[in-house]
Design a protein around this ligand. Structure first.
Ligand code: DLL
Length: 435
């Protein structure tokens, strides 16, 4: 495939030059937030650090971490780094517990964010000739707005569909010849299923690429979606607090996501001790915004578990890559003392040919944790012979035990009985938290 860059001078910048640029930006940003944001000044004073202490990139470790709890404490205006009158937008996280986090943007912040999305689209081979169906939710969620802005910057024809109304999604896609689909991987899988039910084969579908993110997904799920829609599926990562989608994205190599290192500094830490880990080790991603004006977070603990990869990428981009996040520190389930990520369960199910529609229920009975997994069968697997179903359940239980090290109770359920999601899928019900 022809190599495409949105900003080759920035994306393929020499590493030493990039480090010099990052250092200058970091020093300036730290001074700015210290002077402009009393919340930061207090935090830095408590940690005994002043802006003059930050002279090299390595000095970043002197800065205190910022957590989601800090964002809640500072809600709504406490972390503003620009006058409110200079802000043009807020977006908000999709969190369901406690107060939502609101992030502010100046026009420059919006431009920066949309440019990151334009880089992501271009890296996936998208150009002004394309028709981009944006099926992420519009509104407070950053998915719709971010990819929409990026699509405009690329100059492509943009279909602002938002999420839901699958019938209408299919009609627009087929009638207008959408070539690129942007939505969550779970909704992409659902659209693939719905298109098949409408009698469309992958080769009838005009799409050629998909930009999928906002939730963890596996390599197997990627292959399923690619086959169902007849496309190449690209991963995109981001979070509201840092801007939205486009903080990192895959290139044609599809081997990790390039972080936009000119705008964001990435570290990976041990989530328990806070120690910075060397590249290649798995831990929690911590991000620092180098250019953001209105919501300039420093050393923000994302809670996403990943690995940083500084090795050169054949695509020519010099920006560091991050592996697909395997989950969040806060969706890791501890079941009978064993750490379980929902993405591990998904990998087993998909590898054994089950569709990506499942539900994980964790409970506590007689002081012991229980793990139940409802797994939907395809129409082809469905059988009225009890023996077939029992054998299937036993095989799945064995495979899950091999992956997780604990036993799960598997329940095979009828095709279409697990609720479909139009945005981020909610797959875990932890009843232990409800008591
Ligand atoms: O989900 C931004 C986004 C929109 C990213 C569209 C990609 C595409 P939030 O609602 O604030 O923002 O949720 C951010 O979602 O901390 C991760 O836990 C998770 N997440 C985002 N992208 C990925 C991904 C948007 N590619 C939280 N893989 C993040 C795994 C992801 N998890």
């Amino acid at each position: 495939m022809k190599k495409r860059y949105f900003l080759p001078d920035v994306e393929c910048i020499d590493r030493e030059e990039l480090a010099r640029m990052q250092t200058e930006k970091l020093k300036k940003q730290v001074r700015h937030v210290y002077e402009a944001v009393p919340f930061y000044r207090r935090k830095m004073d408590d940690a005994g650090v002043v802006p003059d202490d930050i002279r090299t990139l390595g000095d970043i470790v002197k800065l205190p971490f910022l957590s989601k709890a800090d964002l809640r404490d500072a809600y709504p205006f406490g972390l503003l780094g620009a006058p409110l009158a200079d802000c043009v937008r807020i977006q908000s996280t999709s969190g369901t517990t406690g107060k939502r986090v609101v992030a502010f943007y100046t026009q420059k912040d919006i431009d920066l964010w949309e440019e990151c999305c334009a880089r992501a689209l271009t890296a996936a081979g998208v150009s002004r000739e394309d028709v981009i169906q944006v099926s992420y939710g519009y509104g407070l969620f950053t998915g719709g707005a971010g990819l929409h802005g990026g699509a405009h910057k690329v100059g492509a024809l943009t279909l602002p569909m938002s999420s839901g109304n699958t019938e209408r999604q299919i009609n627009f896609m087929m009638d207008l010849g959408a070539t690129v689909l942007c939505c969550t991987p779970s909704y992409a899988a659902y659209l693939g299923e719905a298109l098949r039910e409408h009698g469309y084969e992958p080769e009838d579908i005009p799409l050629k690429a998909g930009i999928f993110g906002a939730e963890p997904w596996s390599e197997t799920m990627r292959r399923e979606i690619e086959q169902a829609l007849g496309i190449k599926a690209y991963d995109i990562y981001g979070l509201t607090e840092i801007s939205g989608p486009g903080v990192a994205f895959e290139c044609a190599e599809q081997n990790g996501m390039h972080l936009c290192c000119d705008h964001f500094l990435a570290e990976v830490i041990d989530p328990d001790s806070g120690r910075v880990l060397p590249p290649g080790e798995r831990g929690e991603l911590v991000l620092t915004c180098l250019d953001k004006e209105a919501f300039p977070l420093l050393r923000y603990r994302t809670r996403d578990i990943t690995v940083l990869d500084p090795s050169p990428c054949p695509c020519g981009r010099t920006h560091l890559r991050m592996r697909r996040p395997m989950g969040r520190t806060d969706d890791m389930l501890i079941i009978r003392g064993v750490n379980v990520f929902p993405s591990q369960i998904e990998t087993v199910l998909l590898e054994m040919g089950y569709p990506p529609h499942y539900r994980i229920v964790v409970d506590r009975v007689n002081h012991t944790d229980t793990l139940d997994v409802d797994v939907e069968m395809t129409a082809g697997m469905f059988s009225d012979r009890i023996k077939d179903l029992t054998e299937r359940e036993a095989a799945l239980t064995r495979a899950l035990r091999d992956m997780l090290g604990i036993t799960a109770k598997v329940h095979l359920v009828a095709p279409k009985s697990v609720e479909r999601s139009e945005g981020k899928a909610v797959r875990v019900i932890d009843r232990r938290k409800l008591v």
